[in-house]
Design a protein around this ligand. Structure first.
Ligand SMILES: [Zn+2]
Length: 333
């Protein structure tokens, strides 16, 4: 009997009777991070990393949830659990599970690069690693993120000089705050979409961010014009953007590495900035754990696990309901 098994409700630890990031409602759910494909509604009790508590409360409403510090172990039916930094978004964790000397780690989503807002990724030694593989192809190699932030700031400066509004888009949890954190401090006015503003407010209790101002019904086009606006990608093509005046659009995502994705998104500027590990990041993360077995759950699972098998790991893929950023791109088609 494996320590963790894949069931119709999610990843299950029978010995402790708990699920990890279940996609259906269960009695007790351990949650890796706040993105909607990992933190789902309908479970009776949630256990997650402390920073993630207000995040999932914001997303899921009035739920029963307890928060744990990183690295603090707790036991359920003799199974030892702990949360470890995954570096993906604030509050994101890998979940370590130990029973009778056997150790499994479920990564959730993760990245190795330090994004300046999430606790940095930590290697957790284990026998079996359940890993994401969103960008599990050699073609994915991220640039130094500072270079990407510099490009964004230059883009803004040019737009500002031309009295053009810069609409910078990214995921509401993690990406947008990462963008905000690295904006040129000389940018005096930063406007936000409601969804962006709300999640940023939740994170302000843990992280220092520049001042932002939500765009309301009363905000005029004249006020916004030439400034920077942060919003989720869903606003593209909506009536909301008409309010922003003369516009240049920028979109920050790992998927922007695909030229086709840029075209489909019809954005002026594509910034390749991901909250997932690239090819080298995935391989080094797996290697560092010293694991023998690897289970790939989402992304380029087949090709990636085939490669791992060739390199001597005992790897296989497992279908789950985790979507990463794929949905975001498909939705644009
Ligand atoms: Zn995620």
């Amino acid at each position: 009997m494996p320590l963790l098994e894949f069931t119709s409700k999610g990843i299950y630890c029978k010995q402790a009777n708990v699920y990890l990031d279940p996609w259906k409602g269960v009695e007790r759910a351990l949650i890796s991070h706040g993105h909607s494909d990992h933190a789902r509604w309908g479970s009776k009790h949630y256990i997650t990393q402390k920073i993630n508590v207000p995040i999932i409360k914001h997303r899921l409403g009035n739920i029963s949830v307890s928060g744990k510090k990183y690295n603090d172990a707790f036991r359920i039916n003799e199974v030892k659990f702990s949360f470890h930094p995954a570096g993906h978004v604030p509050g994101s964790s890998q979940i370590r599970v130990e029973y009778k000397g056997e150790v499994w780690v479920f990564t959730g989503d993760y990245k190795i690069q330090n994004d300046g807002i999430s606790t940095e990724f930590e290697t957790v030694p284990c026998h079996t690693l359940i890993t994401e593989s969103t960008f599990g192809l050699p073609v994915f190699q991220w640039e130094d993120p500072q270079k990407v932030h510099d490009c964004i700031n230059q883009w803004w400066a040019q737009n500002h000089a031309e009295k053009t509004t810069s609409l910078l888009m990214g995921y509401s949890l993690g990406k947008v705050q990462r963008l905000l954190k690295h904006l040129d401090p000389s940018i005096s006015k930063i406007y936000t979409h409601g969804a962006t503003e709300q999640m940023t407010q939740v994170l302000r209790q843990f992280i220092d961010f520049p001042r932002t101002e939500i765009i309301t019904r009363d905000t005029t086009k004249k006020e916004i014009e030439g400034n920077l606006v942060l919003a989720p990608p869903a606003v593209l093509g909506s009536a909301w953007v008409k309010k922003l005046g003369l516009l240049s659009t920028g979109y920050a995502s790992g998927w922007m590495a695909f030229r086709g994705a840029r075209r489909r998104r019809a954005v002026d500027r594509a910034f390749v900035l991901s909250d997932h590990a690239d090819w080298k990041g995935l391989i080094s993360a797996i290697k560092e754990t010293g694991c023998e077995n690897v289970i790939t759950t989402h992304g380029y699972t087949e090709l990636f696990s085939q490669y791992l098998n060739e390199q001597g790991w005992n790897a296989r893929t497992q279908k789950t309901k985790y979507e990463s950023e794929t949905k975001e791109i498909l939705a644009a088609e």
